[in-house]
Design a protein around this ligand. Structure first.
Ligand code: BGC
Length: 676
């Protein structure tokens, strides 16, 4: 190691265990370089106010000390709808390029917490309700960032699934649920070896994440083999000594009381010098990994193009009656402010300070449809004033009455979906519901475009509109991507990475916000997301994995070949029956038919996104391994596959699985008597 712990005094070592400021590490009396960190995950947040920021040269442009405004990329909930790890990696590496240009060493991303409640104010910053999908996406994100030489922070470890009272709430979770649902995405993402892991604010089973030795030391470091640096979430350390004992390395941000507490801990024998050296050694390791020469390989316009491409692959066509989309021309009305200025992301630490102004949707559509279309625009409400629309309403209805197709842009915004608080309900703001219902009376051809950070209850209006497009918080390129999709220049190919329930009451957490007092009991167990709706046989608005295309796909010829002990290759054919080239996301689920523990009806264990040209077919192969069939046995304290019958289900969404194969596993090791 280049940096030797022996050259540091005890005080200097202690200083390393606490940040040197808000967003950087200590320089230990100018003996060490400082590591600069910044949020993540939708783009670069801070890019200034770093003391003694080193001189930077953009290798792509040759410009010295550029002040590069960051690009607002799609939020993770949107990106995940792409089901495309390569795209996620590309998107992430372009964020890393913004960091490189601005002297940042570690991007505080990605967040991989499971969407347990659709109300969670930070769902837009997270990938999915499914651990396998979330984990594989986070792994790709980390690979994308770290491929540039920049560091990452996999967050928030763990079970931080609501924002309500996040500093005081204890997530009370049984061991099997913790392993299968809440730790699994971290476990998968850790395969990419993130430089740091950030602990969460909440308590887990009564102990703060920052002090939870069982989670940090035994599981994260011991079982999962993480050998990087564990950083606290900002302000999540309550007792610096207990945190260091639990192997938390770095408390952020700087606060003198943490150093005093650590010093006192050393003096009264609670912390040994060897323990301090081990924690400080992780900070030296971080310096070694991140203070390296890096080059941005993309220019600013290229980063914007990546933002547009990522959004295009991720926008989801939820409903499209009578093929009203793609638009072919005629009199088109765009209504609603988001048609001019869409919300790029939600509120809080992930907010990207960009001043990019996209062209209005009317212009973007007009550029694509040319003389075939006559575009007009109507404002539906003032930005930020979601309370009143009456002054605009009449104009919208009148114009809609005279138009061939009306595109109504609605949704939430960073004031409604943000870090530190949860939504109060799943419906659109009243002003939008009213606007949709009234406009639907003026036109039969209403297309609703939804910009929001998580699931929306559409029950009040879904039957009254022809089409619904879910854009989400799609970053600065969202409306450019949308214009391509609306006009057929691009074929929609995103699918939902979370279930849209019919109403909040149906969700695994029901109408509950936060916990009962300061304890949030995860009574639904492993039945989260589609696992819950399957188990309770609740109808949903749009199932996990759903998304329409302008192309039409047919699934056939499923074969399952054994390749090892509880290892299989699943192959199937997808044919594009239409005249349009399109990408299809095919999904592979596994069902344990007779299980000795209560298991979900099915679980996602593989997926593939493939371009299939008009009229062509593609043979797709997905691999399943031991973990695809296993549950976490609390009796055996390990992942366990029971011998017996399993089903492999393949198709276009969690509720559209036309292919089924039955397999019998009879050679899994360590078998125990079964009650049948
Ligand atoms: C957030 C983290 C973020 C940190 C630093 C905290 O409030 O929970 O996700 O990385 O602030 O900005």
């Amino acid at each position: 190691m280049k940096y030797d712990i022996k050259t540091l005094t005890l005080e200097e070592k202690l200083s390393l265990l606490v940040g040197g400021g808000n967003m950087h590490t200590s320089d230990a009396n100018a003996k060490l370089p400082v590591v600069y960190v910044a949020d993540g995950p939708l783009g670069l947040r801070s890019h200034q106010n770093y003391p003694n920021r080193p001189r930077i040269v953009n290798m792509a442009t040759g410009i010295e000390n550029p002040f590069v405004e960051p690009t607002a990329m799609p939020a993770l909930h949107v990106l995940c709808n792409s089901w495309d790890p390569e795209l996620v990696a590309r998107n992430a590496s372009s964020i890393a390029d913004d960091c490189i240009d601005n002297g940042v060493d570690v991007l505080l991303a990605p967040g991989v917490n499971i969407k347990r409640s659709p109300l969670c104010g930070r769902n837009f910053e997270y990938f999915s309700e499914d651990p396998y999908l979330a984990g594989t996406m986070a792994k790709a994100y980390i690979e994308g960032v770290q491929g540039t030489g920049l560091g990452t922070s996999l967050k928030h470890f763990c079970a931080n699934n609501s924002e309500y009272d996040r500093n005081a709430i204890s997530s009370e979770i049984d061991e099997r649920t913790l392993r299968e649902i809440y730790l699994a995405p971290f476990e998968i993402a850790l395969q990419a070896k993130p430089t740091t892991v950030m602990c969460s604010y909440n308590l887990i089973n009564g102990v703060y994440a920052s002090e939870n030795g069982y989670l940090l030391s035994e599981i994260l470091r011991g079982e999962f083999g993480f050998d990087g640096l564990i950083v606290s979430d900002w302000g999540a350390t309550h007792n610096a000594v207990r945190a260091a004992q639990a192997t938390l390395d770095l408390t952020m941000p700087y606060a003198p009381e943490h150093i005093e507490a650590l010093r006192a801990g050393y003096e009264n024998g609670e912390l040994t010098e060897a323990q301090i050296d081990e924690r400080a050694g992780k900070v030296l390791g971080l310096i070694e990994k991140t203070k390296i020469e890096r080059r941005a390989t993309t220019t600013k316009p290229e980063r914007h193009d990546i933002a547009v491409k990522a959004a295009k692959e991720s926008i989801v066509l939820l409903k499209n009656e009578e093929n009203i989309l793609p638009l072919t021309g005629g009199k088109l009305l765009v209504a609603g402010l988001f048609g001019k200025l869409p919300p790029y992301g939600g509120g809080g630490s992930s907010k990207v300070p960009t001043s990019y102004q996209p062209a209005p949707l009317t212009e973007l559509l007009s550029a694509r449809l040319g003389e075939r279309a006559e575009l007009s625009y109507a404002l539906a409400h003032d930005y930020g004033a979601l309370g009143s629309s009456t002054q605009y309403a009449t104009k919208v209805y009148q114009k809609a009455y005279g138009a061939d197709v009306t595109l109504l842009c609605v949704g939430t915004n960073p004031q409604l979906e943000f870090e530190g608080g949860d939504r109060e309900h799943l419906r659109l703001p009243q002003v939008y519901e009213d606007m949709i219902l009234r406009t639907a009376k003026a036109t039969e051809n209403l297309v609703v475009i939804v910009y929001a950070g998580s699931a929306i209850d559409m029950s009040a209006w879904i039957d009254k509109v022809k089409a619904v497009v879910f854009v989400g918080f799609a970053g600065e390129g969202g409306n450019e991507a949308l214009a391509d999709i609306l006009t057929g220049a691009a074929c929609p190919c995103g699918k939902l990475s979370e279930t849209f329930p019919l109403c909040l009451e149906d969700a695994p957490t029901g109408t509950k916000r936060g916990g009962n007092g300061f304890v949030d009991r995860y009574t639904e167990g492993v039945f989260v997301g589609y696992r819950w709706y399957d188990e309770t046989e609740k109808e949903v608005l749009f199932p996990f994995g759903h998304g329409l295309s302008y192309a039409k796909f047919e699934y056939s010829d499923l074969t399952v070949t054994k390749t090892g002990v509880a290892e299989y290759e699943v192959s199937y054919t997808v044919k594009n029956l239409s005249a349009v080239d399109g990408k299809e996301i095919s999904q592979v689920y596994v069902r344990d038919v007779f299980a000795a523990v209560s298991r979900p009806k099915k679980e996602l264990k593989g997926y593939s996104k493939d371009l299939i040209k008009a009229g062509e077919s593609k043979r797709i192969t997905v691999k399943l391994d031991y973990r695809s069939f296993a549950y976490y046995s609390t009796a055996l304290k390990k992942w366990h596959v029971e011998n017996g019958e399993f089903e492999i289900l393949v198709g276009a969404s969690s509720q559209d699985l036309p292919l089924k194969a039955k397999i019998l596993i009879d050679d899994a090791p360590d078998q125990y008597s079964k009650p049948y």
